[in-house]
Design a protein around this ligand. Structure first.
Ligand SMILES: C[S@@+](CC[C@H](N)C(=O)[O-])C[C@H]1O[C@@H](n2cnc3c(N)ncnc32)[C@H](O)[C@@H]1O
Length: 393
């Protein structure tokens, strides 16, 4: 009997692969990546005592390349020329990005034009070690369902004449290609945080128009947004299916962002109490709720998740969607009191998900875990877990 030949390994479709830290598995066939991810997830969860039957097969990405609708890259000067791109893995050295297999092509083009304009306008580049220069970074997003573009220039100092010139040329040059606005974010701290606290509009709109499920929203560049719209839809669909029937349910959503999931659930008839620490995301969520006639179905609490949980109304379900570090200890303690019979946990880090499932095990029984490949060509995976009160809770 002949052995099946292994899946052929393609040549990586990007000249930066291997030096740039933006993606890690472009040299693998996508089917092999899915298989490897699924195997390592199963090994992790089984090692934590979770029955294999509880973990559903990984849902692969709909488009494993060109999917990233958010771009966030630092700028720096090299031999008098602006450079912009992801850091070389494990360093703060920029790989000057000329192409990218995972970014949306419109964002790669926008970056190239912005870099050329930075050179043409002789914008001074930020120097991290010396804390000098002006232009630190560029952030841009493509709007879901609209294809509109919004760009932000992160600067160490406001009111720089050359940045103003660059921004103007960028806006008027790209308007016909869907650029709706240029904003400037002020960041004068020596920290690794990408954005500073203050953002102002330089040209056009300050928020990106997006549309999904019959809803029309606008989102700020500094509010968290999923970077893979297409597969984020799968994550939200899985969460919603777990919560069915949704109509008339009272749901508390912690770490809600501007509530892309909460708005969908409110539109389906649920009543949402959303907790999010970013005031900008909360403002976006409130405006979007109002613009879509959902203000009476969704309310927001601009607070840390642990404090917000204390203010939550009695709920049929709690949704949590924390950052990679998982639930804060005080949130775990709050959830151990079992505020709702159903807990839907959306996680971008299976290691902290497993830790939190174990910490909540006295109160909640794990029902299922659905992995979704939200981050193809990287080692990361999103999971949606469903947990219910144990009998007698
Ligand atoms: C992974 S994002 C999820 C956002 C949203 N659910 C979505 O799908 O776009 C995590 C969110 O939690 C917020 N966050 C982080 N730490 C928090 C905390 N301690 N309390 C409340 N929100 C927090 C972040 O600002 C971010 O919006």
């Amino acid at each position: 009997m002949s052995t099946p030949s292994p899946t052929p390994t393609p040549a990586p479709a990007c000249r930066h692969f291997g030096t740039c830290g933006g993606c890690q598995t472009l040299d693998q066939a996508y089917e092999a990546e899915v298989r490897d991810k699924e195997q390592s997830l199963r090994a992790l969860f089984e090692g934590g005592g979770i029955a294999s039957s509880t973990v559903r097969p990984l849902l692969s990405a709909q488009a494993p390349e060109g999917y990233r609708t958010t771009l966030k890259v630092p700028f720096a000067g090299y031999r008098g020329e602006p450079q912009a791109g992801f850091y070389r893995a494990g360093t703060h050295e920029i790989v000057n990005l000329e192409e990218c297999a995972i970014q949306h092509p419109a964002l790669v083009e926008l970056l190239q034009i912005a870099r050329e304009l930075a050179a043409e306008c002789r914008v001074s580049m930020y120097h991290e070690a010396r804390q000098s220069g002006v232009l630190r970074a560029l952030a841009a997003r493509v709007g879901q369902g609209t294809g509109a573009l919004l760009v932000g220039l992160v600067v160490r100092r406001a009111d720089d004449r050359r940045v103003a010139q660059m921004a103007q040329k960028l806006y008027y040059g790209m308007r016909r290609r869907g650029l709706v606005g240029v904003v400037e974010n002020h960041h004068d701290q020596a920290s690794n945080a990408f954005f500073g606290k203050v953002t102002r509009v330089l040209h056009g709109e300050g928020r990106l128009p997006e549309t999904f499920d019959g809803l029309q929203v606008q989102t700020s560049l500094t509010s968290f947004s999923q970077s893979n719209h297409t597969d984020a839809e799968t994550v939200y669909r899985v969460a919603r299916e777990l919560l069915e029937p949704v109509a008339n349910k009272t749901i508390t959503e912690l770490y809600s962002g501007w509530a892309p999931l909460g708005l969908r659930l409110a539109a389906a008839g649920a009543k949402l109490f959303c907790v999010e620490q970013s005031k900008i995301a909360v403002r976006d969520g409130q405006r979007n709720a109002k613009d879509n006639g959902l203000s009476d179905r969704i309310s927001f609490c601009a607070m840390d998740a642990a404090h917000g949980l204390l203010q939550a109304p009695p709920s049929d379900a709690v949704i949590v969607d924390p950052p990679r570090k998982g639930l804060d200890e005080m949130v775990r303690i709050g959830l151990q009191r079992g505020p709702a019979p159903h807990l839907v946990y959306i996680s971008c880090n299976p290691v902290t998900l497993l830790r939190d499932i174990e910490a909540l095990a006295d109160r909640y029984q794990l029902e299922s875990i659905q992995p979704v490949d939200l981050f193809p060509r990287t080692p990361h995976v999103e999971c949606v877990a469903s947990l219910r009160w144990r009998n007698g809770s």
